[in-house]
Design a protein around this ligand. Structure first.
Ligand SMILES: Nc1ncnc2c1ncn2[C@@H]1O[C@H](COP(=O)(O)OP(=O)(O)OP(=O)(O)O)[C@@H](O)[C@H]1O
Length: 253
């Protein structure tokens, strides 16, 4: 565990040079409550990086800081590219069709409506929503809503996606299918993902690297390089070294 962590740090330091997101010494308090303290992290182009921490450890606050919604009290945020932020709730408007929801951000930016719809249509098959374009969010399953929300975020942003517990509300079978789907999407669309979860197994299954955040205040306790075949979830699930990593992370939280 220790060896892999150190090796991981060496590799990740090499990648830090071409990071798309880099945070340095970020701290944030709300009143007397210290929420985040001295957070430093980076995400390289094409990486899948997870922030794993218990409820209330400041994960969403960190995303709000990265996306510029909330200012940090101290520290610096460097983002090299366009960020899309998909929050925990799907935030689809119930009175708009799936397609209109997907292109909403582009419409709000004043982009050509026909071109925006053509862009969305071109990716509808890939996200598995063909046949549902004219339906309303209430007619979709939880997983479908998340896929529509994902495409909306992707079209509005492009290369860097912040995903805040996107599968937290899904049942375990749908969640597992969505995890496989997300890895396929990342590969197909060539995106960089920073992902929030409090599910240790999910972080191990999906990530190239994991930052473990403790609470009160949120400080980074460990950076772990997962370093196993990420394409093969089944292999990851039974890999004894990953089971050891899972236990070690439990000890950190
Ligand atoms: N605008 C705010 N004003 C005051 N306190 C806030 C504000 N936003 C967040 N907090 C507090 O900061 C702490 C961290 O919240 P945050 O939502 O970032 O945690 P989290 O790790 O994402 O939690 P969860 O996993 O439950 O979503 C919580 O105690 C929360 O009450």
């Amino acid at each position: 565990m220790q060896d892999r962590t150190l090796a991981g740090k060496a590799n990740s330091a090499a990648r830090e040079c071409d990071a798309l997101i880099r945070l340095d010494r970020i701290s944030k308090s709300y009143g007397a409550s210290e929420i985040l303290k001295d957070i430093a992290l980076h995400v390289g182009k094409g990486e899948f990086v997870s922030i794993l921490g218990p409820s209330g450890s400041g994960k969403s606050t960190l995303f709000n800081i990265i996306s510029g919604l909330v200012p940090a009290d101290e520290g610096t945020v460097h983002v090299n590219g366009q960020i899309g932020y998909m929050q925990q709730k799907d935030l689809l408007l119930p009175w708009k069709t799936v397609l209109d929801n997907i292109v909403l951000a582009l419409d709000l930016k004043g982009q050509d409506k026909k071109a925006s719809r053509a862009k969305a249509e071109a990716l509808i098959d890939r996200i598995g929503l063909r046949g549902y374009e004219r339906k309303y969010p209430s007619e979709l399953s939880g997983g479908m809503k998340q896929r529509a929300s994902f495409l909306r975020t992707f079209l509005a942003s492009g290369e860097i996606m912040l995903l805040d517990e996107p599968f937290g509300a899904l049942d375990s079978i749908t969640k597992s299918n969505m995890q496989t789907w997300l890895l396929e999407m990342q590969k197909a669309l060539g995106i960089t993902i920073l992902f929030i979860t409090h599910d240790i197994e999910e972080a191990i299954l999906l990530s190239d690297r994991i930052y473990v955040l403790s609470s009160r205040p949120g400080v980074l306790k460990e950076e772990l390089e997962v370093g196993f075949n990420r394409e093969n979830k089944r292999e990851r699930l039974v890999n004894p070294e990953l089971l050891i990593m899972k236990e070690a992370i439990k000890g950190l939280l």
